[in-house]
Design a protein around this ligand. Structure first.
Ligand SMILES: NC(=O)c1ccc[n+]([C@@H]2O[C@H](COP(=O)([O-])OP(=O)(O)OC[C@H]3O[C@@H](n4cnc5c(N)ncnc54)[C@H](OP(=O)(O)O)[C@@H]3O)[C@@H](O)[C@H]2O)c1
Length: 327
């Protein structure tokens, strides 16, 4: 039976993808590092292997018996551009180098990029895959460079790139902050009202990623993946607060305060060695009014359509946080 090699399998999106692959009867080998927490893989019928993504020989050794490669490991929060380059471009180049050594047997190399690699829509019209990419943050630029690197080998390796919108759902720690704040009923609006973003529930994304890997049409292609209905920032918070049985009370935090908070958060992360969830780079993303995309191409090529309505996805995520004592 075909086996999949998954990087980032210990993370939020990767572990949910592993669940979906196992449901589809695909065997899974998870590339982990010494420091990885295996909590989302415990009790699952998966193989784990210590792999150094900075060493193409080590990756090639581990990848040898796998037919599908899913590269999700990446740097989402970092304090310097160098860390994004290391975590997103160098590691990807090594993954490609290793995969090329097994190119006769690899059926698909899937890279999970991000909507931020494309930048933002200037008009509010959802971005499509044929639009020019204008990433504005270190994170977005590094993911876009990784995409370009991979696509440079599309004649030698069957590659597919997925650009998800903002992902939410069980096991997520990034959007969890907004669930935590919502307990007070205060709906924090960062910067200004009416900013719109494309979002996706992690289970819809996992189904979409594996469908792309199995689709012949998706070889050599790039796809956005998000719920068809973009969401206003305040709408997300309102839905969380209402799901908690409270009445939302909006508080807008102006950009100058967010700038101060970013400086403090960067200082704290330098002292403590933690990863800054808010920093000046993330602020660039928060300032964009329309980070919206269309998933029509994925629908056309392999029938992808997000099936979890946003209010239902938020309710079940809240329930998961409660059941797992995060809230
Ligand atoms: N979450 C979102 O909203 C979102 C949206 C769009 C795209 N994405 C993309 O989806 C992918 C997964 O994101 P996520 O939200 O699941 O992040 P996550 O929960 O932080 O997981 C990141 C994963 O990458 C692994 N990793 C990071 N650096 C590594 C390295 N140097 N060597 C080996 N493994 C490394 C981590 O391993 P450890 O467990 O050892 O730390 C972890 O398994 C990323 O590529 C991200 O760009 C995420």
């Amino acid at each position: 039976m075909d086996r999949a090699f998954v990087t980032g399998a210990t993370g939020f999106v990767g572990s949910t993808l592993v669940d979906d692959l196992l449901r589809k009867g695909i065997k899974v080998k998870c590339a982990v590092r010494k420091t990885s927490s295996l909590r989302w893989l415990e009790g699952k019928d998966v193989e784990t292997d210590l792999v150094d993504l900075m060493d193409p020989d080590d990756i090639a050794r581990s990848m040898e018996d796998c037919r599908y490669v899913f590269h999700l490991a990446g740097t989402l929060f970092a304090g310097s551009e160098k860390e994004y380059i290391e975590g997103n471009i160098r590691s990807t180049a090594h993954m490609v180098e290793a995969a090329l050594r097994h190119r006769k047997s690899i059926k698909r190399f899937v890279y999970v990029s991000t909507i931020i690699a494309a930048g933002a829509s200037s008009t509010g019209k959802p971005m499509t895959e044929s639009d020019d990419c204008t990433p504005f943050s270190w994170y977005g630029k590094s993911k876009f460079e990784a995409e370009k690197y991979i696509l440079g080998f599309k004649d030698k390796l069957p590659v597919t790139i997925i650009r998800p919108g903002a992902v939410y759902g069980p096991r997520d720690y990034a959007m969890f902050a907004s669930f935590k704040l919502s307990r007070t009923g205060i709906n924090i609006i960062l910067g200004e009202r009416n900013k719109v973003g494309s979002v996706i529930h992690v289970q819809d994304l996992a189904v979409g990623i594996s469908a792309a890997a199995l689709s012949g049409k998706a070889a050599g292609e790039v796809y956005f993946m998000a719920h068809q209905k973009p969401m206003r920032q305040e709408e997300f918070g309102e839905t969380v607060i209402r799901a908690m049985g409270k009445r939302p009370f909006d508080v807008v935090i102006p950009y100058f305060l967010l700038k101060i908070a970013s400086s403090l958060s960067e200082m704290y992360s330098r002292i403590s060695g933690s990863k800054p969830i808010l920093n000046h780079q993330k602020l660039l993303e928060l300032k964009e009014p329309f980070i919206v995309c269309s998933s029509e191409k994925a629908k056309r090529d392999f029938g992808f359509e997000a099936s979890i309505p946003l209010d239902e996805g938020i309710r079940s995520t809240l329930q998961w946080y409660r059941e797992n004592n995060w809230l």
